[in-house]
Design a protein around this ligand. Sequence first.
Ligand SMILES: [Zn+2]
Length: 339
Amino acid sequence: MKYFIGLVSLLLLISCEVNKVNNLKKLPIVYSPEYNIGFYGIQYLHPFDTGKYGKIVKHLNKTLGVKQQQFHRPYLISDNELLKVHTKSYLNSLQGSETVAKVAEMGILSKLPIGVINNKLLKPIKLATAGTLIAGNLALENGWAINLSGGYHHAKANKGEGFCFFADINLLIETLREESKIKKALIVDLDAHQGNGHESIHGKDKDIAIFDMYNYQIYPGERHLIPDIDYNIELKAHTKDKEYLQLLKENLPKAIAEQQPDIIIYVAGTDIYEKDPLGALSITKKGIIERDAFVFEQALNNKIPIVMTLSGGYHKDSGSIIGESIENLLKNVIELKID
Ligand SMILES: [Zn+2]
């Protein structure tokens, strides 16, 4: 009998703990452990730190006690959905290792069977693309949301490039418009690179405004798209915090006031970081944290839903910088209660 009572109390305790975990408050943050790309060490051939997403999650767990169960899980985006912004011939071309290798800028991928590529590379990216759609809807419900990946701002309708396969930003806009959830959107692209993908897809669309602040001296340099950028802020290589933040603070409030969008899609690339091997800007960790906080404050103060995507960031510190920045957003800007 004694053992029986002991066993029952143990089971009750376990079920209590399970319930506690299941009842944890969901946060408007989207993440899958499968966002982290890794196969046979091949990821080390690309400057992309493909494990950075997991680092963010660890940081938020360590500092704020956020649990993985509190995140929303993405699904695998279907070709049918992708057809809202991409051409059929482009999607078909991704059945060949060579196109994938070109988009990913990793020639060696062309030697791998497409099955391996689908599973290990395209699957995480398809999950992250759906992640932006889920986060967009969560932002409309909560006022803010974060996809711990996405922000593929170089992907065009008929072509992927710069490690961007699917135009998640444009797909979110098209999906929300189709469902009559928004009319106007403002893309705030603060990745170090020009957002030539979303500019080529929505640049001429009167209901979509683009704010792009980027290093004009690096890839992609598509100057012909500049007339389609509503707020075009070109930075010289090695621009530092003071000038960068001043330009942002002078221009972003004006853009928001003029556009009055129904949603802000924030492309929060961390390749503006001073040690980033690709961005060639000189922004410190403190500067990045201040930038993200400023953008969120602007959205929240104006009661405009904001969805953040992570985009580029190729230094090994990128994951921990994003972790610290999101920690600051949750604690000091959104003032969120975690449980
Ligand atoms: Zn970039």
